[in-house]
Structures are given as C-alpha cells and as structure tokens.
Design a protein around this ligand. Structure first.
Ligand code: 4GP
Length: 818
C-alpha cells in the first residue's frame, strides 16, 4: 500500500480486532458478512491516512477542482477495487488465505453500490477512478439513495423488481460528515425588498419547507499514487423542529411535512435509462443535491479565497446530462442573493464555471419541466430562469432579427415548459457529446441551432472505461498474462497495450490467450449453473449482449435471430453448425412494458430451445438474472462475441462495447456510437459490421419510405420467425407476444411500425453472424482477431477521456501526493 506500507501481521490483527469491536465475536465465530466488514474497516484505515494526506496536499497546492455533478454513480463493489488501487490485492489475499478465508468469497459479501441505471452512471464511476489515478482534485456529487437500482428476479420468465436495501448492513467505507450539512429550501414564495443602501432589490424566500442535506463521503482511491478523492453523496434529514424560525415555532403540521419531505427525497433511484419520468419528486431530488453541492463548493472556495468573482479559476461544475442542470440557476442565486453580485457579475462567473455533457439523442430523455410545477417548487430559481430566458431571447433577436422559428426552437421557456438542455447550453461554457458520431449528430441535427449560434462551446469527448476494474480486477488471468508479456505500465497507460500486437501471430501466445478465455468461460458457466440452473458448454461460442433493456438497443433483433437459427437447425438437422450460447443480461425500467415483455420473450425462447433434445445442445439461451457491475466483470472476461447492435444514430457511445474489446471479444455491431471508433482502431477485418448507417436511418426518419411489411411479405424466413411470435411456438397463450408482433408490422400508436428498423437490418445481421461462425471455426484467425482487439483498445481508457476533459474543458492542475 502507498505511504503506509502493507504489514501483514498488523493487518491480520486489525481484522480480528475489528470483528471483536464490531460484533463481540472471535474471528472463528464471525459470519462471512462480518468478516467482510472487518476487512473493509482494516482497509479503510489505510485509505484514511492517504485521504488525509491528499487533502493536506490539496490545501497546500490549491489546485483547481472539478465537481462532477451526477444523479447517478454506478460504483459497484468497493473492496476489491480499493485493494487493486492500493496495490495491495495480492498481499491481502495472502493474509486472508493464511487466516483461512478466500478473498473472492469475502468480496462477494459486499452489495453493489447500484446508485445508477446504466451507461451514464457507470461512466461517472470510471471517471472518478481516472481522476484520482491521474492526480486531479475532484469531487463526485450525488445522492445517497436509500434504495439503489432494484434487484431483478426472474420468475416464470418475467422480471420482478425487488428493493435493493444496500445499506442494511451498513456501508463500511463511507463517512458521515454532519459538520458540512446544508439547508435546502422548497416552495413558499419570494418576497422582494428594496434596499435603499445598495439601491438593489433583495429576494427572500418565505413560507418554504426545508430539509437538511447531510453529506456522506466515500473515498476514491487512485491507482498506486497515494491520492484519495471524494465521492460526496447527500442524505436528507428533517430540520429539527426547534430550529423552525420563530414565526413557525410550534407548527406541528409543518414539522411533519418537513419530516416526510426528508424521508421521501432520497428514498429511491428512479430506474429509468435514456428516459425521463417528469415526476415532482425527481425535480426535488435534483435541486436537493445540486443546491447542497454548490453551497458546499462555494463555502470551500471561500475558506481559501476572498474574491468570489474568480470562482471559475478554482472550481468547475460538470453537469452529467440534464439532470443536474438546475446548477446554472442555483449558482446564479447563490452569487446574487447570498454573495451580493450583480446579475452581470454572477452571469460571468456562472458561464465560466458550468459545463454540460449530453448522453443521448433520445427525445424522451431530454428533460422539460412544466412551469407550473417548477415555479411552485422552486420559486426563486424559476424567477432566475425567466430572466436568463428573457436575456437570451434578446440575444437571439439580435443575431436573427424577427426570426420566430429560432425563438421557438431555442428558447429556454416555451409552450409552458422549461427546457433544461437549453439552459445548460446557454448557461455553460462547454457542451460535449460522448463519441464522435454522437457529437456530429448533436451539431448537425439535435442541437443544430445552438451549434450555429455558439460553435465554440461544442466539443467531443469519446467515452472510456477504467482498465483497473474491467481488466485488472475483473479478469486477473488475462491481466497477469498481459503484464508478463509487456510489463505493467498498461495499468496506468493503456496505450502501452499496443505492444501485444507483436504476439498476435505467435502460436504459443495464441494458445495461451485462448486458454485464458476458456478458463474465464468455465468460471462464467459455473456462475450460470449456480444462479440459473442452466448447463452450458464452455466450448461453445459465448455470444453476449448485456446492457439495459431498451428498444433502440434491439435485444429483440438478437432473440429473433436466435429463433431464426432454431428454425434452421430444426429444418436441416445435418447442417454444419458451431455450438452457440446466447447470453443476455438486462434490466428493464419498471414501467417499460414492451421492454419487460422482451425479457419474457427471451426466457420463453430459452425454455423451448434449451429443452429441445432434438437440437443436441447446439443452441443455448441464457438470461442472466440481475445483471450488475459485479457480475459484469465476469461476463466481459468470458465473452467471445460482443453484441452492439443498436439502431444506428441511437446509441450515443456505449461503454460496454469497450469493456468487451478490452477483454478480447470482437464487436458484432452497427456503425453507431463509439463502435465507429472501435472499428477505426481495430480494423474492419477484426469486427463484424452490418446494417443501416446513421445517415440512412435519419433519412428514413425524416423523409419516410421505410415499410417493414415489405420484408414480411417478401422474405419467407423473416415471416416464419415473426409468425412464431403468435402461433404458440413459444407460448401456449398465442396473444402473449402480440404487442411485439404488432410493434414490428402494424401499429396502433402514432409511431411508425418497427421504429428501430429491425426488419431492415435483420438479414445483414444474420449474414454478419454467419461470418462470426466462419471466423470462429478458424482457431488461429480467431485468436489473432481477439488479441488484436485487446491490443488496440488503448484509446478507450477513461484515463484518455479524462485527460481530454482536463485539456479542453476543465484545465485542472495535476497534483503529486508525497
Ligand atoms: C448513456 C448512453 O445511452 C450511452 O450510449 C453512453 O455510453 C452512456 O450514456 C455514457 O455516456 N445514456 C444514459 C442515459 O445512460 O440515461 O441517457
């Protein structure tokens, strides 16, 4: 471990002491959960020293700090990752071995911190890892949800959502910091008082309800550098009734309301991905953590600096999607109402401090709040947004005199709604997309008018992932093998992994590489047998699609193709067929009916196929229950094929695609999101690309001309697959999957049939799958291809992404902790 050298004897003693102090037990009596807690506290002890040290260094050197504002941080488990980054994993494993414990089993005791839905939340977690590893001062700012992402159980093929009580045994790594609590106010009205001394109006919120935001800090350990940053997540507590101002004293009703407000606000993460629900409680959550975080950031800045006008020199707020964009108005409020700046001064500071990342072009994800709801909940913030809007409309009119179209398309407030993305763009200094194609689509389509008016704000930052979790921790066999061949520099400089190219044609290296993949497949097969009770053959091709369930990601196309293969095998029992295991993992938003029905379909197809002895196990289908960060690490390590098959233009970037690549699974995908850049790096010959291009999709969407019935009518194989949705092949109830059938062919809604172009891409997908099979049969060719995927994944580290954010947007100072 850094700074404090790892001392095995001391560590073992500490674990035993912890068990004693925490549980009044000897180590032999302790349950695995208790051993986990004891180990975690021993590790935390080391981390705390580094944490103190880091804060000390930051105080001395006063580097600029980024506050990464996000409703979601999908951290997964902390213990293993912390040990990896402390470079103490092996020692602790040995120490525990000597005590008769298996570190893997102990790690398994830790619940995932599932404070996120999918891509956007996991990206935030990877970014924190990279920021600490690169030595930048950073806070993650979020919410300490009492219940994170639900646990998924599959019963009778259906998804059941079970509450995720992740804190029930306590979270050993967190620190409660009540001394930094902040009050956050909701509702009431704004009283305007003229101050003759300054000649200005003071705005005072009255008749409000409020809650106390209490920060909990989680350490973010940098790799091998002694740096520990902070993820600060806020809990809500009721204000003590005796603290009600004298006017409200003894107001029992209000006290109870405030109590309830506090209880509800952080209760649960909204389980929506790429979609916004528009609920009042969600807006409360947003303002709650943003107000608390900005108050804290301003207070911290003021401790060491006297001039609030220069806030932006030391502080930057990165807004992770539209969820935290109320930050723009909240910073304006604090600067004007609490710090006494004029509008112009406050605006100058705000627009140099805030920056916005867009994560999706899905229209249903762009937040718009009805002004009625918004102004009732946040009256002062609403006033400020009105003024931002008024001034912005003047600017539009100066640039495009009399152009009402521009006003309609760009106004922040329009048609009774507040458009949060527009406010973020106007109130910030940077707007970025998350892959090159995505940024281009933002500039040319979705945000075209803004791009034309303020092109200097727009930039791309292609996503990345941390190799420390997704290779070093998740795939130790491959990680060791890589290190044995090229040294360990790749752990903090993934561009080094290119050196593996030298071995791509080396027979011995190929055999070793494929053997590691095989062992990882055995490990996953065991997990699947234990958790799903399905036996799969590790020698079959593991074809994997794991990600949130969403129509645009087209899990439906994947399972339709499985049905198509099944038909083929049944009709031609003697045809050559390389055994395949199709593996799915996905949670669907609790209210997303069609997504949930797709899960049922996958499981129904699995039931029929896995139990059909006539196909002799050539085809297996597995739906892994409760896909989450911790089992994802094993899944990526074991994958042969990476399914990245979204409708082109819809997947902003993807990050799972990068995790597969790093673990040696070639991409089977469309030219969408970061797939484009993956293909550019790895070479077209080392990926399987098919389907409509983004331009073609966008063109169909704009100009029409797509009719899925054409494919249904003219292609017998497609027709056969679709008919099996409604003819009892996969369910006795022939109406069970009618909605899916209808969604592809005729539609009762306003949407076009087959909104996501599944039938248009189906045959080219099937052909690409044939190429996968052919390639896999040629063992050397496959080994080479898989190794080149690993060797050429260097670009996709989040270390590179973060360095680009630093260079182009944040301009942070790098710090060394001694
Ligand atoms: C996701 C995008 O869907 C995914 O393509 C991207 O890789 C990820 O963000 C990180 O940038 N968006 C969301 C969301 O998770 O809720 O909008």
């Amino acid at each position: 471990m850094q700074n404090k050298r790892f001392d095995k004897v001391q560590f073992k003693k500490e674990v035993k002491d912890n068990v004693k102090v925490l549980y009044r037990k000897t180590i032999d009596e302790a349950t695995p959960q208790q051993v986990f807690q004891a180990v975690a506290y021993a590790v935390k002890d080391v981390i705390i020293d580094n944490w103190l040290n880091t804060q000390e260094t930051f105080k001395k050197e006063d580097p600029k700090t980024v506050y990464y504002m996000s409703m979601e941080f999908l951290m997964g488990r902390a213990l293993g990752n912390n040990l990896i980054n402390l470079t103490a994993y092996q020692e602790v494993k040995e120490a525990l071995d000597e005590m008769g414990f298996d570190l893997n089993v102990i790690e398994d005791q830790e619940p995932d911190a599932a404070l996120g839905n999918g891509g956007l939340g996991r990206l935030a977690a990877c970014f924190l890892d990279s920021l600490a590893t690169l030595g930048y001062s950073a806070y993650g700012c979020g919410i300490r949800y009492r219940y994170g992402m639900f646990k998924q159980e599959i019963r009778d093929g259906y998804q059941i959502e079970v509450p995720d009580n992740w804190l029930k045994n306590g979270n050993p790594f967190e620190l409660r910091r009540p001394e930094y609590a902040k009050e956050v106010k909701f509702g009431g009205y704004v009283k305007v008082e003229h101050d003759p001394a300054t000649g200005r109006n003071n705005f005072i919120q009255e008749g409000y309800q409020s809650v106390m935001a209490i920060p909990y800090d989680m350490p973010i350990v940098g790799y091998g550098n002694g740096v520990v940053n902070t993820l600060r997540i806020w809990d809500a507590e009721a204000i003590d009734t005796f603290q009600l101002d004298s006017f409200d004293k003894g107001d029992y009703k209000k006290a109870v309301e405030q109590e309830n407000l506090a209880k509800n606000i952080v209760e649960v993460l909204y389980p929506n991905d790429n979609h916004y629900a528009g609920k009042e409680l969600r807006l409360k959550q947003q303002y709650f953590f943003i107000s608390a975080s900005i108050q804290a950031a301003v207070a911290k800045y003021k401790k060491a600096h006297s001039d609030i006008h220069k806030l932006y020199e030391k502080v930057t707020f990165q807004m992770n999607d539209t969820h935290p964009t109320v930050a723009v108005a909240e910073l304006m409020r604090i600067l004007m109402d609490e710090e006494g700046l004029t509008w112009e001064e406050a605006w100058e500071v705000t627009t140099k401090t805030c920056a916005y990342t867009n994560h999706t072009i899905m229209a249903e994800a762009l937040e718009k709040w009805p002004i009625e709801l918004f102004s009732r909940l946040l009256p002062r913030i609403y006033q400020i947004i009105e003024e931002i809007n008024r001034r912005f409309l003047i600017e539009i009119n100066e640039k495009y005199p009399g152009n009402q179209e521009k006003v309609k398309k760009m106004a922040i407030i329009y048609d009774g709604q507040i458009k949060m993305a527009h406010m973020a763009i106007v109130g910030g200094y940077s707007v970025n997309g998350v892959a090159r194609l995505h940024t281009e689509i933002l500039e040319k389509q979705e945000l075209k008018d803004f791009y034309e008016m303020m092109p200097e704000k727009f930039n791309n930052k292609t996503n990345g992932i941390t190799q420390r979790r997704f290779l070093l921790h998740g795939n130790p066999l491959l990680a060791d093998w890589v290190t044995a061949h090229i040294g360990k520099e790749w752990i903090t400089d993934l561009s080094q992994i290119k050196k593996l190219e030298l071995y791509a044609d080396d027979k011995k290296a190929q055999a070793e590489f494929m053997n590691i993949k095989y062992q990882n497949k055995v490990r996953l097969a065991k997990y699947i047998l234990e958790h799903n009770n399905i036996e799969i053959d590790p020698r079959s091709i593991f074809d994997v699609q794991v990600k949130r369930l969403h129509e645009y990601k087209r899990q439906l196309m994947n399972i339709l193709h499985v049905m198509y293969l099944y038909n083929k095998i049944k009709e031609h029992p003697d045809m050559e067929f390389y055994p395949r295991t199709f593996i799915f993992g996905a949670k669907a938003a609790a209210g997303y009916k069609r997504a949930k029905l797709t899960i049922k379909l996958i499981n129904s197809v699995a039931d029929v196929i896995n139990n059909d002895a006539s196909i002799e196990g050539k085809l297996k289908v597995v739906f892994i229950e409760d896909y989450r960060v911790s089992n994802a690490e094993w899944i990526f390590a074991a994958a042969d094929v990476s399914e990245q098959i979204s409708t082109a233009s819809k997947e902003a970037s993807g990050t799972g695609n990068m995790k597969f690549m790093l673990n040696g699974a070639p991409t089977l995908g469309t030219m969408d999101g970061a797939n484009v850049e993956i293909v550019e790096e790895v070479g077209e010959e080392n990926a399987f690309i098919f389907g409509l291009s983004a331009d073609e999709v966008i063109n169909f969407e704009k100009n029409g001309g797509y009719d899925p019935n054409y494919y249904f009518n003219t292609d017998q194989e497609i027709r056969q697959v679709l008919m099996s949705l409604i003819n009892g092949t996969f369910s006795n109830d022939t109406e069970m999957f009618r909605d899916i059938y209808d969604s592809l062919l005729n539609t009762n809604s306003s949407d076009r049939a087959d909104t996501y172009f599944i039938l248009a891409d189906f045959k080219s997908y099937a052909q690409a799958q044939e190429k996968v099979e052919a390639a896999y049969r040629d063992e050397e060719k496959w080994a080479r291809m898989a190794m080149l995927n690993v060797a050429r994944s260097g670009k996709f580290t989040s270390d590179r992404t973060i360095q680009q954010y630093v260079d182009d947007i944040w301009h942070l100072d790098r710090v060394k902790v001694k």
